[in-house]
Design a protein around this ligand. Structure first.
Ligand SMILES: Cc1ncc(COP(=O)(O)O)c(C=O)c1O
Length: 367
């Protein structure tokens, strides 16, 4: 078989191998990429870049979008712009792949990992709040980790597998402690949380469009926000921080993070079919539900409907009985004790159903 044959569209995967995700490029991808090649607009400027940004911003209801070379770059820039001018010390985020941890380290900060909850497999907001309320303290106009002494600057909830994180209590905590809320909405494009699109719930949100995502540009990412100044700064940083379009004048350390017009052309075509992809994912999830739901002890991740309805949800099932996958330490709600009233003096709330077992979060090793 030729190399092309091996890579030909529809080539079957190796026997016994179930691909995580197979891109579907059956819309206008060929036509739009051809347009780039025919016109010579192949690089990081061109109409498709702007069109792609607009289509993603519109899909989630945000005002601004800045396309980037990949999702990690979007996270990096989001961290730079959402915390500019601040001395960054420590961040709070759920555990998963290394990309976010890398992006956090790019800006000189240290991540704090938060466990996942068992129902939706998202960041356990109860534990995140427990960390902010109990393991940090407010002093000198900032929130500081009592163990490491580092200042907490941002929270990065990651909406995984098509489901939203339970953001409301986290959003309240972020405004109370003046923390940036940076959503990683990569895996949940199209999902909604209490009627608002995921990616439009915090200060800024990031997406990746690599090959295993709901829509793909091969490699690519995007940062979305309602904040014009933040979007402007992000665009500036992702395009080498040029202060003059002709002269080589740079007012900051810039990055070559822009998406190319060819990749954006793919993105525009993919976005045209977003709702069809979401419908297909839901249909496929239904097939898994029917096939796996009858096994005793099996539990599906999340719910299809309701305030945390999935977008293009990826059917995930655990085969362990619920008691085993719901450890006693799980905090079903969140708790803010009166004695720890925040700097803004907001009312304390206490609706924690199962008190979180007090857990020492090991400090991130210092380099
Ligand atoms: C949730 C999430 N965030 C960020 C990324 C990073 O994106 P990229 O690979 O485009 O840098 C990924 C990639 O798989 C991801 O799944």
């Amino acid at each position: 078989m030729t190399a092309l044959g091996k890579l030909a569209p529809g080539a079957p995967p190796k026997a016994g191998f179930i691909p995580l995700s197979v891109p579907e490029l059956q819309g206008n991808e060929w036509a739009y990429v051809k347009e780039c090649l025919d016109t010579g607009w192949v690089s990081s400027a061109g109409a498709f870049v702007e069109q792609f940004e607009r289509s993603v911003a519109d899909a989630i209801g945000a005002r601004h979008a800045v396309a980037t070379v990949n999702g990690t770059a979007a996270l990096h820039v989001a961290l730079l712009v959402a915390a500019s001018g601040r001395t960054t010390r420590s961040w709070c985020r759920p555990s998963r792949s290394s990309r976010r941890a890398n992006a956090i380290r790019y800006v000189g900060a240290w991540p704090v990992f938060i466990d996942a909850e068992p129902d939706y497999w998202q960041m356990d907001v109860g534990k995140a709040l427990d960390f902010l309320e109990r393991q940090c303290e407010w002093r000198a106009g900032g929130l500081y980790n009592r163990v490491t002494g580092r200042q907490v600057r941002a929270v990065i909830p990651v909406h995984i597998l098509g489901h939203p994180v339970d953001l409301e209590p986290l959003r309240d905590a972020c405004s109370k402690y003046r923390l940036s809320l940076i959503e990683d909405a990569t895996e949940s494009l199209g999902a909604a949380y209490r009627g608002t699109r995921v990616g439009h719930l915090g200060d800024v949100a990031c997406f990746s469009f690599n090959g295993n995502k709901l829509i793909t540009t091969g490699g690519g990412g995007m940062l979305v926000t309602d904040d014009a100044a933040l979007a402007h700064r992000a665009r500036y940083l992702t395009t080498q921080a040029k202060d003059d379009s002709i002269e080589y004048v740079h007012g900051a350390v810039g990055y070559n993070y822009r998406l190319t017009n060819i990749q954006a052309a793919l993105g525009v075509a993919q976005m045209e079919r977003l709702s069809a992809y979401i419908a297909a994912k839901r249909r496929i999830a239904g097939i898994y539900d029917r096939a796996l739901g009858r096994f005793p002890g099996s539990r599906r991740c999340g719910k299809r409907r309701g305030p945390r309805a999935c977008g293009g949800c990826i059917p995930c099932w655990s085969t362990r009985p619920s008691s085993a996958s719901t450890p006693a330490s799980c905090c079903g709600g969140w708790s803010v004790t009166a004695s720890r009233r925040g700097p803004c003096g907001s009312r304390s709330t206490d609706r924690c159903r199962t008190p979180a077992r007090s857990r020492r979060i090991a400090p991130w090793p210092t380099g």
